[in-house]
Structure formats: structure tokens, C-alpha cells
Design a binder for this molecule. Sequence first.
Ligand code: F6P
Length: 549
Amino acid sequence: MKHLHDLPAWSKLWNHFDETKARHMREMFEQDPQRAERYWLQVGGLMVDYSKNRINDETMSLLFELAREAGVPERMRQMFHGEKINTTENRAVLHVALRNRTNSPIVVDGEDVMPKVNRVLQRMGEFAHEVRSGSWLGYTNQVITDVVNIGIGGSDLGPLMMCTALKPFGHPRLNMHFVSNVDGSQLRDVLSKVHPETTLFIIASKTFTTQETLTNALTAREWFLNHAGDEEAVAKHFAAVSTNQKAVAEFGIDTANMFEFWDWVGGRYSLWSAIGLPIMLYLGEENFIEMLNGAHLMDQHFINTPLERNLPAILALIGIWYINYYGGGSHVIAPYDQHLHRLPKFIQQLDMESNGKQVTLDGKAVGYETSPIIWGETGINGQHAFFQLLHQGTHITPIDLIASLEKRSNLPGHHEILLANVFAQAEAFMRGKTPDEVRAELKAQGMDEARIEELVPHKTFSGNRPTNLILMDKVNPRNMGSLIAMYEHKTFVQGIIWGINSFDQWGVELGKQLAKTILGELTGETVPQKHDSSTERLIRLYLQTNRKS
Ligand code: F6P
């Protein structure tokens, strides 16, 4: 396998970086009136302005060269053809099959997966129809009013983010709840709000071995049985979503109430699968299909469009430019739409669990940065909190500003203020404010020269800070599908360039193993084991506190 450092474009980009790093985007805009038009792409209802990046045509063409040398087109083809590109788990990576709306065959191990994808989708649709129409009744013949999804990571964040984002499309009778934390206070809070006769629990776990989820599920089941008193009632109130039929049956959920998916769907890529059941229950089958259509549109764009006009690839390459050349170690996701406030957390798992890797596919140390730290918050709240650092701090942090063109409420004035802020932030990050501009501004306020000179360094903004402005014509299921698929493919392309496996997550295992050992010590089931002195002290402290209470 070729190492990134050995690719000719990698070194060419270093030379180009040395030549261009001092250039300011202000000048780039002044010198090139076409810049905004050239660095703009639209796919379906998504429009992306990437002109406020520290790039020019040569940067982009070298980045495309890098992508070709790293084998991006070939790897993309392998993924779409069901090849086992997740080599450490010997699995195909086929979230694209889940939204393959043309239904063309996709073969894994000699089997076309589309018939089973369609079968589960149809079952989900039937179930959703029954719950939404009120024909699915609880054990006392009442309609379902509350859905509690119990899952964590990819079995939580996708459905939670989508149901929150698309709230205006939600069924008015259904209240959606999401429990992920094994801290009992989250489940207790939810259980205090719902009634066992009208609540449907969805136990969502790809492996059905996740301790947090199974613990919450058992507690929910016990709570339910305390009220219902009859094991048979469980079937009307518990459904499972998993790849592990045996574990679901052992847990005591009727497998007739199980919605299946497959090992070639990664947890963080699973909202399109049966893991999306809460989304379908809330939004309805039609809207769920619309979401799949939007993702399929992005998939088609991604696989069929040359890199030069390929939205996910372009965003990925611009990201590489900052991470690997400018040393930008983090990336901010700043949605301005309130209903998108869960998006940063979702993208955080998608990107950091996929590309937070330190060895290449052939097991060698990478020797360069991989996934940036993804973080964020609604942009407008961020402006009044951490944006100070983004404007004047010492880090270069690329930011995705995400907004909807369509008004999200009919409250007068709100949307204009919101979008004015989005556009203004992008402009401010790019332009900055020069010392002379600060001087002129303060002089106009009548300030004396000495004080002006004291303040100039503090009020100067270097600018030249990169943003991508991602606009949706409206926030609807189709555009949300396209948006998430765009980020998935962006993550994939970066992983290809870094030569890593974006689809395993071994890094989460060690903590899980150690927690099992420590749990036995905290509950007194096992005798204290040998740990480091800090861990032993913490365990002692817990046991002392527990004995006192
Ligand atoms: O521990 C990490 C992880 O395996 C994620 O990759 C996954 O999304 C989450 O836990 C939940 O796993 P499961 O769906 O198997 O319960």
C-alpha cells in the first residue's frame, strides 16, 4: 500500500502551502470577481459556498491529484459494489444499499442484499402505519402516545438528531424520548413522564450486547411489568432493532417484534436501517422514504460526479488542506437552525469514531494528523460563547455554518436576524478587521490617539479564517438525507486519503473491558484486583462512600 507521504501530490501541496500560506482571502476576493460563483456547488436542495477558504484553483487541482493518487475513485467504487473494505472486521460497508432507491442489485458474498433491505423497510412501514394510525394498541387497548428509544452511540444519535431536526413533520400524538445514559436519572426522568399502557419501547442495539442499553432495557421492562403484571403484554410494548436475533430472543423480546439489519451497516451509519424505526414512527413512512431519497441523491452525485464537482470530495479535500497542512486540529459544526442542535453531536460520532485512527490499513503508524476534533453548537449561541476564540484565538479552526433559507417560523423578523448573522459571521471570519480600519473606527468615535494605539491590537481581527456555508432551501426529510449522506461521504474520502479504516472502532473496547472488571469490584462480586494506585484509590473511595450510605 502506498503511503501518503510518498505520493507526489503530497509534497507538491507542501510547496504550494509554503508559497500561499501568507495570502489573505480578502485579496483573493478582490482579485477574482468570479470566486463566489466558482467555489459554489448545489446538489438537490443543498447549496454550499466554499469560496471563503484559503484555496485557489491550484490548491484544488493539487488536492484532486492527491485524491486520485490515494485511490479515492477506486475505493468509492469498491464501497458501492459491496467489497469488504472494512478489512479488520472483514465486512462490506453498505449504508448506501439502505437508500438504494433504484433497487439495482448490490451483491455481498454472492447474495443481492436489496430484497432483504426492502423487506425490512416494508415491515417498518407496516408497523409505523399501525402505530401512527392508532390501530396498534397497548395491553389495555389504548393507542400509543409515547415512544422511548433505548440505545447509545449510533443506535441513539441518528434517530435523536433526525427526529429533533424534523420536528415540524412529526406525528402530533407521538412524543419521542431517547434514553442512552446508564445513569439511571435519564431513564427515571423519562419513565416519570410516560404511562406504561400507552408507551412503546424500542430497544436499539446493533450487537445487543451493549451494557448501557441492556441495563436500561431491563429496567424499563421491569418497570413495565410492575404495572402490566403480565409477560404477554410485553409483546405490545417492546420492539427490538438489532443484527443479533439470538440475543434479542434471550432478552425476552418476541423476534416477531424485531427489525433486523446486517453487519455491513456500521452503527454510526445506521439511521437509514431499522435503527431509523423511531424516525419512521415519528415522521411516517413517506417522509422516511423521502429522507432515503435525499441520501440516494447525494450517493448518486458522489459516485457519478468527477472529483472537481463532487461536493463530499471537495469538502473532504479542503478539510485535509487545513488538518494536514495548516495544522487545524479541530472543526466546528455550527447549525443556525434550532432544530438542528443535535447535529454537531451526530457528526462528532460519525467523524471521530470513523477517522480517529492512528494506523494505516496495513498497520503502520500514520505519521500525520487524522480526524480533527469535531465540536459545535447552534451558531447563534456559539457567537455569544466560543466564537471569540474562533475569531481571535491562536488556532485555525474551519467552521461549517449551516442554515435554512426558508423561514422556520412565522415570527416576524426572526429569520432575517438569524440569516444576517450567518452571512455576517462568514464575512467577518474571512475579512477580519485591519489595524487601520480599527484606527479609523475609533477616531470617528472621537477617541484620543494614545488610547486608540493602546486598543488597536485588541480590536484587530486577522480574518483569513475558513468557513463553509451550507444552505438548505428548506429543512425537510429529503434535504436532511442529503446533508447527512454528504457528511458520511466526506468522512469516507478523508479516511481513504489517510489510508485508514473508517469503519471499525476498536478504540472503544479497552474501556469496556476494564469497566467489566471494575464493576465486579464495585458490586463486591469479585475481590479487589491489582490496578494502578490511582484506580485503586478511586475504587476504595466508592466502596467507603457506598458503605456509609
Ligand atoms: O462502543 C461504541 C459503539 O459500538 C458504537 O460504535 C455504536 O454505535 C454504539 O457503541 C452502540 O452499539 P450497539 O448498537 O451495538 O449497542
